[in-house]
Design a protein around this ligand. Structure first.
Ligand SMILES: *Cc1c(COP(=O)(O)O)cnc(C)c1O
Length: 379
């Protein structure tokens, strides 16, 4: 039997092995150490920000960023409905109310609807702790269209760049937009530390305060002194070593994911009603990190629906998934307020995420293409 083709598998080589061994042999096995400092420095440089804080997850980074802007009961945080649950969970941890906004054609938040929603909430007298943008599937939001529209309204921006490390928008790296940004190094992301995340910011005070909260809010005293509740959110030195190795290979992993996307584009180009997300309607995806390649199936032209396609792929050992189910359709958030325009529901109903991992060989991508064509009746 041929090996199963996964959606986005961790891609680790002897480069990572070398750094992890170095960390182990250096004796810095317990939480913090030189690899953490180095990883923070290198990621901050890569993302064009002044500082970074290595954490146990991207969710932890979002949580600390939200605490910094004062997200708390009685405040609201406006964020996209088309995202992974972690974005909304982090808001819920603070007690703030998540308010969801629908998507533009590329899946990222609809900027006009976002600004309109913020304006409406402010007009109602609501306190908005932050807007959180999400750079979906490795593609930055349209920060050009956003411009200074939030600053004018005096609403801070937090960037959930968990899926977008290495992407850019107008020559600025993902993670450099907003007051603070979160990265994720979870196992299926563009690069991994097995599990981990990072908080990025130009504001050194923000990072210092987050560093303190992430280490159980321990006061500088000879004994364990605590004046407030903290968290255990730091990344270990051994995992940071894995991250240093992955970061060294990030550019090549992005290049490989782009090749894979181009291979799908060429292999599926003649199929009517099959479109690559991010290239729809003449959009250009050259600034994406190409984390995941997604297609949409226009039901007017394709009789096979996504669930049937995924089932067929699964039966031949190929993993494919739905796009994120919008938060406003999730039972846990059913009662939340949402500004809906129909786009995210359509993308969820018609979208399929294809195997995109940088470890995949051309032959494996070709096998996925052949199976998709068979299942869509276009062999
Ligand atoms: C993966 C992800 C996160 C959370 O990252 P973890 O490291 O798994 O906590 C947050 N937001 C988005 C959009 C993600 O895809």
């Amino acid at each position: 039997m041929t090996d199963r083709i996964h959606l986005s598998k961790a891609h680790v080589t002897d480069v990572e092995e070398k750094y992890v061994l170095e960390a182990l042999r250096s004796g810095w096995v317990a939480p913090l150490g030189p690899m953490v400092d180095r990883f923070e420095r290198e990621v901050a440089d890569r993302c064009g920000v002044r500082g970074a804080l290595a954490l146990s997850s991207g969710t932890a980074a979002l949580h600390l960023a939200l605490l910094d802007v004062g997200a708390a009961p009685g405040t609201a945080v406006v964020l996209p409905t088309m995202t992974f649950a972690a974005s909304a969970n982090a808001v819920a941890y603070t007690g703030a109310e998540p308010i969801f906004v629908d998507s533009d054609i590329d899946g990222n938040v609809d900027i006009d609807l976002l600004v309109e929603t913020v304006g409406a909430l402010l007009a109602e007298g609501r306190t908005i702790a932050a807007v959180m943008t999400v750079d979906l599937f490795g593609r930055c939001c349209d920060y050009t269209a956003l411009g200074d529209r939030l600053e004018v309204l005096e609403v801070p921006l937090i960037e959930d760049a968990a899926e977008a490390l290495g992407a850019t928008h107008g020559d600025r790296p993902a993670g450099s937009f907003g007051r603070a940004a979160a990265l994720s190094f979870n196992g299926n992301k563009i690069m991994t530390t097995s599990g981990g995340g990072m908080l990025l910011s130009d504001d050194v005070n923000l990072l210092e305060r987050a560093r303190y909260l992430s280490t159980q809010a321990r006061q500088p005293a000879a004994w364990y002194e605590h004046t407030e509740v903290g968290y255990n959110y730091r990344l270990s030195n051994v995992l940071a070593a894995l991250g240093v190795g992955q970061l060294e290979r990030l550019a090549s992993m992005i290049a490989r994911r782009r090749e894979i996307r181009n291979r799908y584009a060429a292999g599926l180009a003649d199929l009517p009603g099959v479109t690559l997300l991010g290239r729809t309607d003449g959009l250009d995806d050259s600034e994406d990190n190409h984390w995941l390649t997604c297609i949409t199936l226009d039901p007017a032209q394709v009789s096979t629906d996504p669930t049937t396609l995924m089932g067929g792929l699964d039966s031949v050992g190929i993993e494919a998934r739905h796009l994120w189910k919008p938060m406003h359709l999730q039972p846990v958030h059913a009662s939340r307020r949402a500004a809906v325009n129909g786009v995210s529901e359509r993308l969820f109903a018609t979208g399929v995420t294809l195997p995109s991992g940088s470890e995949l060989a051309d032959e494996q991508i070709d096998r996925v293409i052949v199976e998709i064509r068979l299942l869509l009746g276009a062999a």
